[in-house]
Design a protein around this ligand. Structure first.
Ligand code: 3HC
Ligand code: NAI
Length: 707
């Protein structure tokens, strides 16, 4: 056929094999290859049926996502897509689709155009297009409800999560599971159905019911999409498309789907989400640390400090099947840590997210201890004790003494100098930062911090470990706050300035929530504890430049003992269920303090709030990039989407700035500079790019990520 699709045969059964590594994406060449194989099968009277299978690790991961950018930028024409090919398959002799690995997006649509589907038990099937800001575009919204019913199709197309082969079997998406060899099972299946009339998915209308009958389902799906996927357009488009399947003929439904697909494909949201998809994969590519760099396989670990972070990190190891020692300094702290872990697991079981058996197995992997005995046998240690240099160095001195020579020693510090911590050991090359985000067992981001002497092997180990733990690891350089917190400091500071100038905390938080942030900055402060920043500010006060504006009201709240949720009050009041309630008393106090400090009061628009907070991120992001603390603008975007609740549909702060136009962002920052002083001095990189009319997307910096 061609390089990526092969046609072979086993007596009367044709075997069409897609071989387009790594994931058999449906590139134009694959579509052409399948089309000519199907034509050949049709013409050859000695062939009674066909098997369609993927070579390598997976069936088909979907349309080739790289093609979308070429279409939206006008480099290649939109074309007719996969629909005509899928109709041809459906009209041909019986085709049994054999699925292993993933049948995602266009891959599942291809599978549904076959007459039968068999699957390996470990296979996953799904329509994840919404995660890329689009909807299924090759009849998926029309064929899926015909196979699994409207409710299940709605769930799969609007949430984008895959289902297991077993669930697919129960739902009617798969006809048989093949426990042993998939190909021979599929061939045997094909022999059984050979010669029988083809069973076309598009003609199977019995599971569709009517638009009226399904009205409640659609209303509930829309409400759910609006609240769970706030601000995103694709899930609502997917619902419209599935609804069309219940109102219109298959052909008309496909036309509706195509129009909705095109609207989504050309939207800013889709471009942003595709940027994040590739960004999450790009972050693992580190220029001076090639893929072949030897890395230690972490099969056992230890965590020091069983507090908020240490407990969560121990859960992360256990969830990945890695046995972990959890050490604290004293019995009450250790018991508290273990009790919190048990409580967290229990609540996941109650919510149906985990089974009791899974939890029992994970808990058995976590071994509480008060001593360093047995640390000699672990591959890696993550330290998560209180944030204090003297204490951290003492812990690392101990670790250096007890751990085996090849072990990796990591710190979860959020602000301290990795090099100074490493200096407490005789093996600074084995020391790095693994900066988890709270709650560690939930947040996907892991900043891997490179110290001056951290070895390439240690970094390769950290990056590989991120994947094993189900995290997105991003390499960052060693500086105060690394990438994420360093930038976040500027964002939060601006939010407090806005409050001091006349906006209420609710107004600031609402503007950013409406922009798409998971939580406003002030509510985030209340959640994390306002005392944390207060303590840091006091410690670093001597570094503040005289005459430069500093926020004042946050510290005043702390002086009143208002540390946020943990004390029942911060920027907001909290009820027993930790619901934030605007506190007029605080608002009046803030107003009084600001006026006493001579800060002019005025009305502030939502637009100004968003611009000041988000552009503060962008301006500092430029410095981070210029200094090589982050490798690429996309790395910053991934950090913000996966670690700070930045809306993925806006692509992260740097991508968002590109969409606004760097010239516009720069001009606004210059206005702020004039109005608010030196904290707003435009970063040199921003100035450069704006003047040269460039974007972050095309910017290739010095790419170091080393301090
Ligand atoms: N198109 C192009 N490249 C793809 C791709 C796709 N659909 N899916 C994966 N890749 C690339 C990745 O970018 C990566 O490239 P790299 O090695 O150069 O970084 C490589 O394949 C391997 O991918 P992963 O690192 O993600 O490998 P994993 O084994 O961890 O995961 C996977 C495999 C589960 C298939 C995962 O890649 C995935 O979820 N892919 C995307 C699936 C998807 O969204 N499909 C829908 C596409 S849109 C569509 O089909 C529209 C249709 O309705 C018309
Ligand atoms: P925490 O106060 O909840 O827990 C610290 C734990 O360390 C306590 O259980 C304490 O008993 C234990 N400990 C103290 N000295 C010890 C010693 N010598 N040996 C063993 N255990 C000892 O602190 P948290 O919030 O978990 O922070 C831990 C680290 O993680 C800090 O470096 C912090 O900066 C960092 N971090 C915190 C985040 C957060 O949101 N809380 C986010 C990311 C990083």
């Amino acid at each position: 056929m061609n390089d990526v699709v092969q046609l072979t045969r086993d007596r009367a059964i044709a075997i069409i094999t897609i071989n387009n590594p790594p994931v058999n994406a449906l590139s134009p060449a694959v579509a052409e290859g399948i089309a000519s194989a199907i034509e050949q099968v049709g013409k050859d009277d000695s062939i009674a049926a066909g098997v369609l299978i993927g070579a390598g690790r997976t069936f088909v991961a979907g349309a080739d996502i790289k093609e979308f950018g070429k279409i939206t930028s006008g480099k290649v024409p939109r074309g007719s897509g996969l629909l005509p090919l899928l109709l041809r398959i459906e009209d041909s002799k019986p085709v049994v689709v054999a699925i292993h690995g993933a049948a995602f997006g266009g891959g599942l649509e291809l599978a549904m155009a076959g007459h039968y589907r068999v699957a390996a038990p470990s296979a996953q099937l799904g329509q994840p297009e919404v995660k890329l800001g689009i909807i299924p575009g090759a009849g998926g919204t029309q064929r899926l409800p015909r196979l699994v019913g409207v409710a299940k199709a709605l769930e799969m197309c609007t949430e984008g999560n895959p289902i297991s082969a077993e669930e697919a079997l129960l739902a009617g998406l798969v006809d048989q599971l093949m426990a042993s060899d998939l190909l021979s099972g599929a061939i045997a299946f094909a022999r059984e159905v050979a010669g029988k009339p083809g069973r076309k998915t598009r003609d199977r209308n019995d599971k569709l019911s009517s638009a009226e009958g399904n009205a409640q389902l659609f209303a509930a799906a829309r409400e759910r999409a609006r609240s769970r996927q706030r601000g995103r357009k694709a899930p609502l488009a997917a619902i419209d498309a599935v609804e069309a399947a219940t109102r219109l003929s298959f052909e008309e439904g496909c036309q509706v789907e195509r129009k909705l697909f095109d609207d989504c494909l050309f939207s800013e949201q889709s471009k942003a989400l595709i940027h994040i998809f590739f960004g999450e994969r790009e972050v693992s590519k580190i220029p001076d640390i090639p893929k072949e760099t030897p890395a230690l396989s972490v099969n056992s670990a230890a965590v020091v400090g069983a507090g908020t972070m240490g407990g969560g990190i121990a859960m992360v190891f256990a969830n990945a099947g890695v046995p972990v020692l959890l050490k604290d300094a004293d019995r009450p702290a250790l018991d508290r840590g273990i009790a919190t872990i048990q409580k967290n697991y229990l609540s996941s079981v109650k919510r149906g997210r985990l089974t009791q058996q899974f939890v029992d197995e994970r808990l058995a992997l976590i071994r509480p201890t008060l001593a360093y005995d047995d640390f000699g046998a672990v591959d890696m240690v993550v330290e998560a004790v209180f944030e204090g240099m003297a204490l951290k160095k003492e812990v690392f001195r101990q670790l250096d003494r007890v751990c085996s020579k090849g072990a990796i020693l990591a710190t979860n510090t959020s602000t301290l100098d990795i090099d100074e911590i490493a200096s407490a050991t005789s093996r600074p090359e084995a020391v790095l930062g693994t900066h988890f985000f709270s709650p560690a067992n939930v947040m996907r981001l892991l900043e891997i911090v490179r110290g001056r002497r951290t070895s390439k092997e240690a970094i390769a180990t950290g990056m590989q470990l991120s994947r094993k733990l189900g995290k997105v690891g991003v390499l960052v350089g060693n500086c105060r706050g690394f990438v994420g917190n360093r930038m976040f400091h500027h964002y939060v500071r601006e939010s407090v300035f806005l409050v001091e100038e006349g906006a209420s905390p609710e107004l600031v938080d609402k503007a950013l929530y409406d922009f798409g942030m998971a939580l406003g900055p002030l509510a985030t402060g209340d959640l994390a504890g306002l005392d944390v920043g207060w303590r840091i500010r006091k410690e670093y006060r001597h570094l503040e430049k005289p005459g430069v504006r500093q926020p004042i009201v946050g510290d005043r709240l702390c002086e009143l003992g208002r540390f946020g949720q943990k004390t029942g009050a911060g920027w907001y009041k909290y009820d027993e269920s930790r619901r934030a309630i605007p506190d007029h008393e605080v608002n009046a106090l803030v107003r009084k303090w600001a006026i006493e400090a001579g800060i002019p009061q005025r009305e502030i628009s939502a637009q100004e709030i968003v611009e000041r907070c988000i552009y503060a991120l962008v301006n500092e992001g430029c410095r981070v990039l210029d200094e090589g603390i982050a490798l690429r603008a996309a790395d910053i975007d991934v950090i913000y989407v996966d670690g700070y609740g930045f809306p993925a549909f806006r692509g992260g702060p740097m991508w968002y700035a590109d969409t606004v136009g760097l010239r516009n962002v720069y001009d606004r920052i210059r206005d702020f500079h004039e109005q608010f002083g030196e904290l707003w001095e435009p970063a040199p990189l921003l100035t450069r790019l704006a003047e040269e009319d460039k974007t972050f997307a095309n910017f290739v910096g010095q790419q170091t990520a080393v301090a």
